[in-house]
Design a protein around this ligand. Sequence first.
Ligand code: MG
Length: 163
Amino acid sequence: MSAPERRSGIGYDSHRFGGEGPLMLAGVEIPGAPALEGHSDADVVAHAVTDALLGAAGLGDIGEHFPDDDPRFRDADSIGLLGEARRAVGEPGWRVVNVDVSVLAERPRLGPHKRPMAERLASALGVDAGAVNVKAKTNEGMGFVGRGEGIAVLAVAQIERPG
Ligand code: MG
């Protein structure tokens, strides 16, 4: 039996503040924070992780799978879309090894929310909570994140299938 095949993918997303309703990050509602703007629930973390996962499997990007001009995805639950992406990636036999996320936000403070976010992502991805890591940092006052205009997220996903 040959060694398992492993691949990795990168994901990036950003959304500006100004939406309606609660701030949703990785499927977790962050109380007392301004919402992000977007066609779906604007879950910038779920979107970046979805792109990392699709990228690892060579399956394009989130916009091809869930077009933002498609009324089916208006106000969509993005953590649910991540679950759909995981199923698409599982079709050709891939399983998630690990996911690492950096959330760039001047506000709100995300320290207390990192663990619940990692757990929610892990459950959508069908992996142990230890396979998902969420980090949060400010942008030291620089650029659109630093000015508090929005949130940006970087994500990396590694997947594997039997050789
Ligand atoms: Mg997005």
